[in-house]
Design a protein around this ligand. Structure first.
Ligand code: DGY
Length: 322
């Protein structure tokens, strides 16, 4: 328990149990309307705060971090991804930054399976048809998709989420291939086939799952040249970050039929997604809900608070990233 309650700016609405714990241990500044603050509003609210508990929706670029008041000691992100937050700038200001790894892994891997299944089995197309009252017959030729079972899955980025996705996909008898900066130890690899470069893996992928973080070197990693290396009729899913896929190239491949389908949870310029995606039948679309389960959203909040509690007790937080 923290003695003198620090003031904590909570930028978005959090699950009730998480907000209850904040009220118990901190002077919380809440956002009951869950409005996305402009940078000026955010900075204004920070004036009274000792720490911030933001989400990936907040812009904590270097320019914003430079303007934070000196009293801000910590940024405890309610996210595993920290691409919205300039870690070097925070370090320069002496602000401790944490994230929430591990607790999103199952939910995000689960969603990756949903994207694969939804895209392969034309789930949104079928659902739209029924909702529009346009389903009027059954035929062997009707809504035929691609089977997932027994297919080859390539995973780009074999971190926590990639490894659990592989485990779930094994339940569908999928053959797992992966590309990662480093090869995993055999116990973690669990029979998955390592490819030190994408060129050797892409031609083998019936399904390709993007699971890598947003880094300068992963920008537009899946571009036209790499899509061309996939087998015709491959299916691409992305539950990582929109920035890792060249959306022009993806749309072109979905339109030409080079790719049979895509399943997307993340986009460039969210929530303003390219209209082409919404207009294409062969895309299964979700609105960045990889971690959106009650269990995970609670766990993310508790993890962020565990980190903050450690910082205000003068200890090293478990999930320090800067
Ligand atoms: C994350 O934690 O990075 C998810 O994308 C939700 O913010």
């Amino acid at each position: 328990m923290i003695k003198n309650k620090p003031t904590l700016l909570v930028t978005r609405k959090l699950p009730p149990d998480v907000e209850r714990r904040i009220k118990r241990d901190y002077n919380g500044i809440f956002n009951p309307d869950d409005r996305l603050y402009s940078t000026d509003e955010l900075l204004q609210k920070c004036a009274q705060a000792d720490a911030i508990l933001p989400c990936h929706t907040e812009d904590l670029s270097a320019a914003v971090i430079e303007r934070l008041p000196d009293r801000i000691k910590a940024i405890a992100n309610y996210s595993v991804g920290v691409d919205h937050c300039d870690l070097a700038a925070a370090k320069r200001r002496g602000i401790v930054v944490t994230n929430t790894p591990d607790v999103l892994t199952d939910a995000t891997a689960e969603l990756t399976m949903l994207l694969m299944l939804g895209a392969a089995r034309r789930a949104s197309e079928g659902e739209r048809l029924i909702r529009a009252g346009q389903w009027n017959s059954w035929s062997p030729a009707f809504m035929v998709g691609t089977q997932v079972t027994g297919k080859r899955l390539g995973i780009i980025g074999m971190g926590r989420v990639g490894q659990v996705t592989a485990k779930r996909a094994r339940g569908f008898d999928m053959e797992i291939h992966y590309h990662n900066r480093r090869r995993l130890q055999p116990d973690k690899e669990n029979g998955a086939i390592y490819h030190p470069n994408l060129e050797s893996m892409l031609p083998l992928c019936d399904f390709l799952a993007m699971q890598c973080p947003n880094l300068p070197e992963t920008q537009d990693l899946l571009n036209a040249e790499r899509i061309a290396q996939l087998p015709d009729g491959a299916i691409v899913v992305n539950s990582a970050r929109g920035s890792v896929v060249d959306e022009d190239a993806l749309i072109a491949a979905l339109k030409s039929g080079k790719l049979a389908a895509a399943g997307l949870d993340v986009y460039k310029n969210e929530p303003h997604i390219r209209r082409d995606f919404a207009e294409l039948d062969n895309v299964f679309l979700l609105p960045h809900v990889g971690s959106a389960t009650r269990e995970t959203r609670d766990a993310m909040g508790f993890r962020a608070l565990d980190n903050l509690d450690a910082i205000f007790a003068g200890n090293e937080p478990t999930d320090r990233v800067a």
